[in-house]
Design a protein around this ligand. Structure first.
Ligand code: KG4
Ligand code: ZN
Length: 332
């Protein structure tokens, strides 16, 4: 079955073709980061308009790269939510129109399910069951995944998401938006011994997180000291070390508590090198899986793949077109 996947929930337009027999055939992405960078964050109206400009050219591109045409598509998957309503509507309306004109079924995919399953596009792919650490711009969750669609929330952030904390701290350090990757690069030159920031909830008996206090502690340091490049790098290092330590400790203890041996890390922050390095050194007896670097942040491949799995599992097709700007993964 050949599935066209469309992602348009936030500031990336992603399109891909996944074939249940041949794997991922092609994918293409347009990031709006440069456009929103000027405003220091995503401007929803501009995001929607840009998705409209990009989605059809990207669709043509993935079809031509795979040597396919519209008639070859057996089903269409799009990100139904959560995300920006106007942005989601672009992918939803293109998917619905294509489905209607081609006479093919359409499925609305949960964006976080796309992230969660994205490591299954890699080789070796994790087998079920596993524990997932989902760390993105909007979410920080530890989830027990028994099979596709069977998810149990084990822990969540009480305030900011990990990616959001990276982005806000990066902004304080003058690194632009979204600054997670830039902060991580700056931290490479930082002295780990110069500053120590708090590790919120590191020893709490649950799997929850809280990052707003850490961000405030970083703010205090930046205000008091950050007038030279070395100090900025040292603060970036202290911030990253703190956040990574908490993510690693909590996710590994969740795997142990569940009596499992596999951890999947997905979402934009899973691209973080220090997080991967630290997990590698601490995950004794636990196998850790990540998406390919190019599929850590938002992309069409994860939506085409999750859609294909949903089609195969017989999930109900969409009638008309619908989006859900707020949508709990655990109600899917
Ligand atoms: O998954 P994603 O593309 O979007 C959401 O669904 O939210 O994640 C984007 C987030 C941003 O906060 C970005 O700063 C962060 O992922 N990010 C990183 C890195 N690359 C992306 N954070 C830390 N280190 C990185 N290398
Ligand atoms: Zn995402």
């Amino acid at each position: 079955m050949l599935v066209l996947g469309i992602e348009s929930s936030c500031d990336e337009t992603g399109v891909a073709l996944y074939d249940t027999a041949g794997g991922l055939l092609s994918h293409a992405l347009h990031s709006q980061i440069a456009m929103h960078g000027e405003y220091g964050g995503v401007v929803p109206e501009l995001a929607s308009r840009d998705h409209i400009r990009r989605v059809l050219p990207l669709t043509r591109e993935v079809l031509s790269r795979a040597g396919k045409d519209l008639g070859d598509i057996d089903g269409i998957a799009y990100t139904k939510g959560p995300g920006l309503a106007g942005a989601l509507l672009v992918g939803a309306s293109v998917a619905a129109s294509l489905g209607f004109s081609l006479g093919k079924p359409v499925i609305g995919v949960h964006h976080l399910e796309g992230h969660l399953l994205s490591p299954l596009l890699s080789d070796p792919a994790p087998e079920f069951p596993f524990v997932a650490l989902l760390v993105s711009g909007g979410h920080t969750q530890i989830i027990r995944v028994d099979e596709m669609g069977k998810y149990r929330l084990l822990g969540d952030t009480l305030d900011d998401a990990a990616g959001e904390a990276f982005d806000k701290t990066a902004k304080l350090l003058g690194l632009g938006y979204p600054g997670g990757a830039a902060l991580s690069r700056l931290a490479q030159n930082g002295d780990p011994a110069r500053f120590r920031l708090p590790r919120p909830m590191l020893n709490s008996p649950d799997f929850d997180f809280s990052f707003s206090g850490l961000k405030t502690a970083a703010l205090t340091l930046v205000r008091a000291q950050a007038d030279d490049d070395q100090t900025r790098a040292d603060i970036a290092r202290a911030f990253q070390d703190a956040i990574v330590e908490v993510l690693v400790k909590k996710s590994l203890s969740a795997v142990k508590k569940c009596g499992l041996k596999r951890l999947v890390v997905a979402g934009g922050v899973s691209a973080n090198t220090e997080l991967r390095r630290m997990l590698m050194s601490k995950a004794k007896g636990i196998e850790v899986f990540y998406p390919d670097l190019q599929f850590c942040t938002d992309n069409g491949a994860m939506i085409a793949f999750a859609g294909a799995m949903r089609f195969m599992a017989g999930t109900q097709h969409e009638e008309g077109f619908a989006v859900r700007a707020r949508w709990d993964l655990f109600s899917v």
